[in-house]
Design a protein around this ligand. Structure first.
Ligand code: PMP
Length: 456
């Protein structure tokens, strides 16, 4: 094609455009205001049109005939039109996206990848009635149903690094636990190539035993006993691991997870749970409230929060029968059921599971200096709160979450409206059907917050 003479060309293919470009580039003077510059504008226009597969006309005008006002106006119109078209395209593509999908997590691999990054939800009824903002960190959203997933994964990974555990070699994880930790280890043992051996009191709720069995864990129920008794479930687990490791004919490795004394416990809450809360709360927390089982959660979270803001108040929510509240408030580990002849069994006397203790653990000690006060919550209050949250908010939570919420309301009323309070909802009511919820179920559904606060 000869581009030199005709005043009007029609280009429809990339090849024609390239040919045009080669011939023209020989004499193009790409100076603003020069003929080359005008051609250059046309060239851009040409590329756009070919890209969109539309035929077009290209006009070549001798420079002396150029009306520069018209050129500037045309260029401005073209640019404005391009901007408007682009804006329309962006709006159309935005409105076609489902907004609810934008908060989805990216794809991930394996059950272990689903641990952590749990939601934080406002408990609307309690916020409204107290004038504070009360939020719950939903640890029950972890894949094996509780905050213990974080701890179990941290302990397994640490032992793999130390060479104490090797996947798919028959290696065994021993743990003494009456609840959530055993379930987390059973799930992760399956997923990561190990066997879980769980020692637990023989009066553990039947649904937990059934769940552990269904998950394929080895169960070793033992009589409830004090920690100084070698047959207490923690001691039985330690002895089991030792037996395998000391047997030269047994090629398997065994670890005793030891959640109460294991340093990885509080550290994983310091490095994951706490920063999640801090970020989800936009660095604005007045009070953090939690019970203590091993003490790992309250220690890790309180240490992190106090480092960020020393004015954050840390409150221990403690069930009846536990000595921790007195330890925090008066420096003495004592509970009235310690009186001769009043204790019904060797564990903390409460319907609440997972929290409360009558001994000091390594993990609790790591957070003790950060705890400002303890609030003791009776079973009666916890049962009413569990029912209240279920009926008014649709939250069907476990007993420790209910205790935390009672403590949150008491704290809100003590320190006045406007505070931002975070509690942990460690597990779901499903785990407590035959014990705690058997009683909570009977609470009057019309129970009010006043009823809860008036009970002993
Ligand atoms: N709530 C429930 C239901 C639990 O199982 C546990 C763990 N025993 C806790 C709260 C307390 O967590 P931590 O061991 O970190 O103190």
């Amino acid at each position: 094609m000869n581009f030199d003479n005709p005043q009007l060309y029609t280009l429809t293919t990339i090849e024609e455009l390239e040919e045009y470009n080669q011939q023209k580039s020989a004499f193009c003077n790409l100076q603003p205001g020069g003929v080359g510059f005008f051609q250059y504008l046309h060239f851009i226009k040409t590329r756009l049109m070919i890209k969109h597969q539309i035929s077009f006309h290209l006009y070549q005008v001798p420079s002396q005939m150029i009306n520069w006002k018209l050129v500037v106006l045309s260029a401005a119109s073209l640019i404005s039109a391009a901007i408007i078209i682009r804006e329309i395209q962006l709006r159309l593509s935005d409105s076609s996206k489902d907004k609810s999908l934008t908060t989805l997590s990216p794809r991930s691999r394996g059950v272990e990848s689903l641990i952590g990054n749990t939601p934080l939800v406002e408990v609307k009824s309690l916020s409204k009635l107290t004038g504070c903002k009360i939020y719950a960190k939903l640890e029950l959203a972890n894949p094996a149903g509780s905050a213990k997933d974080r701890v179990a994964l941290a302990i397994i990974r640490a032992n793999e690094k130390l060479g104490q555990l090797q996947p798919h070699h028959g290696d065994i994880i021993f743990e003494g636990t009456s609840g959530s930790t055993g379930i987390s280890f059973a799930v992760l043992a399956n997923a990561l190539g190990y066997k879980a051996h769980i020692c637990l009191p023989d009066d553990t709720s039947p649904e937990k035993m059934q769940l552990l069995r269904s998950l394929g864990a080895e169960l070793e129920p033992v009589k409830p006993a004090s920690i100084v008794d070698p047959n207490q479930y923690t001691n039985t687990a330690r002895a089991g691991a030792r037996r395998i490791n000391n047997d030269p004919s047994d090629k398997r490795n065994a670890i005793f997870a030891d959640q109460f004394e294991n340093d990885f416990n509080w550290r994983v809450h310091y490095s994951t749970t706490a920063p999640e809360i801090w970020t989800q709360m936009d660095h604005d927390v007045d009070v953090f409230i939690n019970g203590s089982g091993t003490g790992g959660t309250i220690a890790g979270v309180s240490k992190f929060l106090k480092e960020r803001n020393p004015n954050v108040r840390i409150v221990l929510a403690d069930p009846q029968g536990s000595g921790l509240a007195n330890r925090v408030n008066y420096g003495v580990m004592y509970d009235s059921v310690e009186k001769e002849g009043t204790r019904r069994r060797h564990q903390v006397d409460t319907l609440v599971e997972g929290i409360g203790l009558n001994r000091l653990t390594w993990n609790f000690k790591q957070g003790e200096s950060h705890i400002n006060e303890a609030i003791r919550v009776s079973d009666a209050l916890a049962l009413k709160m569990a029912k209240f949250l279920c009926i008014n908010d649709g939250f069907f939570w476990g007993s420790s979450a209910a205790i935390n919420c009672v403590a949150a309301v008491k704290t809100a009323l003590k320190y006045g409206p406007g505070q931002k309070i975070v509690v942990v909802a460690c597990d779901s009511g499903d785990r407590h059907l035959s014990k705690f919820w058997k009683h909570a179920e009977e609470v009057d559904p019309l129970v009010t917050l006043d009823d809860i606060l008036e009970s002993k």
